[in-house]
Design a protein around this ligand. Structure first.
Ligand code: GLA
Ligand code: ZN
Length: 686
């Protein structure tokens, strides 16, 4: 791990080789802005191998040396994100085929057949050469594998690989037929040879097939990544390898992909200044937490925009202060640095108007450049945070298989399940209490948490229910919502009542689910007749609105906290809690509004004895986040309001911002508090 936080980003000097003076000024600018790391080589293949087998690394070597002389490190990319013309011309098999069977022509990027032996071979060779040449260069700190991997190919090679993948998984065609429920509509396969990738021209209604195709695409991409990394390792390079991931990207199982690399990173381009900034901030924070949750380790903000992108529907500039707030937010949530796309704005082609640290004018007196310098200063102040961990008592389950299966199924609401909002509500309710939250998939061990929320976990992986049972048994609080534990890993409905295998833990059985029309509402209200020994929920309102989905359940011993206010199920349970073992299992039956989650979670978190170690009051629009090492907890307090706020400053050293108690709009404060026991525990915990 570095002893400092990274600051810098994507740099494409190959676009400026005929203007050496530009490259010289760039280095001056980098030093002024305290840039310590640049990413080279993303999309440089045509310059690195202009003709097949004819490698030209001289230009790159010169630049890496110059950067090194100036104390700037390099993240070196493998160039497989975009291919040169000669490759597609000579080997058309590297071009993807779509689900209609049409092969793409040359163009674009991120669009290669990842099964193609030729593509793999060409990538392996150039990676090996790069690693031989630069693998021991002291400037090279990390490998950036390809770029924003995603998408699928339906060519013959991929179809063949898919069939092999299925054979490995299911062994016999009878087993596959059983798992995919192919008797339905007489779609039974006679042999693996009949299986084709899903297509609108052909089979698209077998959910088991669709789900396995997505898994295959994900596995095939991971296999490609592994092969890329192997080529580098075989050539003797041992720097960590990272992939850059994308916001809310569902195309690959990131939880699995993360296991193939040393470090995960992502590219963050929030749409600032459209909604309230703190809504955007919470949304961005959620994805920071997803990415950190993949390895439960620090990650890297690989790309972010210093001003405005050129691909969003409106290119909104970041208002003064927002760049700092967004960069520090990533650090607060576990990033080891703040990197940009990109260092110098390209002169032509599709990204010429994308924001950059150095723009077409090239001077150091632009507003953006000055703000970048400001971030450089701030990261410098915070260098002791490098390598700090995030400790979270609360977790939210977010699982790719679940998302794939749930969104693909027909019903209970084809107009939108509002899944993302459902997850966000749990996340926001926890974050407003100042709690760090890990976002993890179903395979993560739950032992380290005390509060876990599982919003809309429609698909259950084998064994997940057992882990929930023992988590609750051991004293954890587990909250699950409607439309959970409905199907197995092949999207086959569980028989015999749901939540499958957990009806005793939750003390209920889910029976029916009502889809509500857009605009239709119901309410959930506290139960009228509190029985003796009933759980008293403080601060709950008289009623909360719910929309979209209302599940009807039969209580089997759970305590009913809230009931429906309207419709034929008025008076029936809407929120239930069941004591099980030493813990508590709660079930939310309906898509309730945010304030319901806020109030309920405040109660449950208090009952569970979880407190945020930050004792101050958290004003609306302020984010409190922490990282820690053996000795200290570092508190980040960030104001996402458009006006300044007053905050109570706790004991501790202010290492960034001032002690005045007034936090300006988009301002950040970082406070270091010493742990009293020195054993890696939160000093204020419980
Ligand atoms: C992505 C890509 C970059 C660039 C940026 C622009 O994140 O990885 O190459 O295109 O978008 O925002
Ligand atoms: Zn293919």
């Amino acid at each position: 791990m570095n002893q400092f936080l990274l600051h810098g980003g994507d740099y494409n000097p190959e676009q400026w080789l005929d203007m050496p003076e530009i490259l010289e000024t760039d280095i001056e600018r980098f030093l002024e802005a305290k840039i310590n790391t640049v990413t080279l080589g993303v999309f440089s293949w045509a310059k690195l191998e202009p003709r097949e087998g004819d490698y030209d690394f001289e230009w790159l070597s010169g630049i890496i040396d110059r950067l090194y002389e100036n104390g700037i490190g390099v993240i070196l990319a493998t160039p497989s994100g975009a291919r040169p013309h000669w490759l597609a011309q000579k080997y058309p098999e590297v071009l993807r085929v779509n689900e209609m069977g049409m092969r793409a022509r040359f163009g674009g990027r991120h669009n290669h057949c990842l099964t193609s032996p030729v593509y793999r071979e060409k990538v392996r060779r150039i990676n090996g050469r790069l690693a031989e040449r630069f693998g021991h260069h002291p400037a090279v700190k990390m490998w950036h594998i390809s770029n924003e991997l995603g998408g699928s190919c339906h060519c013959g090679l991929c179809q063949e690989a898919f069939r092999r993948w299925l054979k490995d998984r299911y062994g016999t065609i009878e087993n596959l037929n059983d798992r995919w429920c192919t008797t339905f509509w007489s779609h039974t396969y006679d042999s693996f040879e009949q299986v084709e990738a899903p297509s609108r021209l052909g089979e698209s209604a077998l959910m088991g097939l669709n789900l396995d195709w997505r898994r295959f695409v994900s596995d095939q991409t991971m296999d490609f990544v592994e092969e890329e990394i192997r080529a580098i390792r075989d050539a003797g390079a041992d720097q960590p390898a990272a992939v850059n991931m994308m916001y809310r990207f569902e195309g690959l199982d990131y939880a699995k992909l993360a296991q193939k690399v040393d470090m995960v990173s992502w590219d963050s381009y929030p749409v600032w200044h459209r909604e309230k900034e703190w809504d955007t901030a919470r949304d961005t924070a959620f994805w920071h937490d997803v990415i950190r949750g993949l390895k439960r380790k620090p990650f890297l903000l690989m790309e972010s925009c210093p001003s405005s992108t050129n691909w969003q529907s409106v290119s909104k500039l970041k208002k003064p202060g927002m760049l700092s707030a967004a960069s520090l937010q990533s650090i607060a949530h576990g990033s080891e640095g703040a990197l940009y796309f990109q260092m110098r704005q390209s002169r032509g082609a599709s990204e010429k108007f994308h924001g950059a640290v150095i723009d077409h004018y090239g001077g150091n007196d632009t507003r953006t450049f000055r703000e970048v310098c400001g971030v450089g200063e701030e990261l410098n102040h915070l260098s002791e945070l490098a390598g700090c961990a995030t400790r979270a008592d609360a977790a939210i389950i977010y699982d790719w298989d679940n998302i794939w299966a749930m969104k693909d199924s027909q019903g209970p609401r084809n107009k939108g399940l509002h899944y993302e909002e459902c997850v966000d509500k749990s996340y926001r309710a926890l974050r407003r209490l100042g709690l760090n939250v890990d976002v993890v998939d179903q395979s993560a061990s739950l032992d380290r948490y005390r509060f876990v929320a599982a919003p809309m976990q429609y698909l259950f992986h084998p064994g997940f229910e057992e882990r929930i049972r023992s988590f609750v048994e051991e004293g954890g609080t587990f909250v699950m919502t409607y439309w959970s534990d409905v199907v197995d890993e092949n999207d086959r409905c569980f028989l015999g009542g749901r939540p499958f295998g957990l009806t005793d833990v939750f003390g209920l059985r889910a029976e029916e689910i009502d889809g509500l029309y857009d605009g239709e509402e119901n309410t959930v209200i506290p139960v009228q007749a509190l029985s003796s020994g009933s759980r008293q929920l403080a601060n709950m309102k008289e009623q909360y609105t719910c929309r979209y989905l209302c599940e009807l359940v039969k209580p089997l011993g759970a305590q009913i906290l809230m009931e429906y206010g309207r419709d034929f199920y008025a008076g029936e349970p809407a929120v239930l809690c069941n004591s099980y073992g030493k813990g508590l299992a709660c079930y939310i039956c309906a898509d309730t509004e945010q304030s319901f989650y806020d109030d309920l979670y405040e109660n449950l978190v208090r009952e569970a004895g979880i407190i945020c170690g930050w004792n101050g009051k958290i004003p609306e629009g302020v984010e409190v986040t922490s990282r820690e090492n053996e000795e200290y907890v570092y508190w980040f307090i960030q104001n996402y309001n458009r006006a300044e706020v007053e905050i109570e400053i706790p004991e501790g050293d202010v290492i960034l911002g001032d002690r005045e108690g007034i936090l300006k709009s988009f301002g950040s404060l970082v406070i270091r508090t010493k742990k009293t026991d020195g054993k890696g525990e939160h000093k204020n915990e419980i």
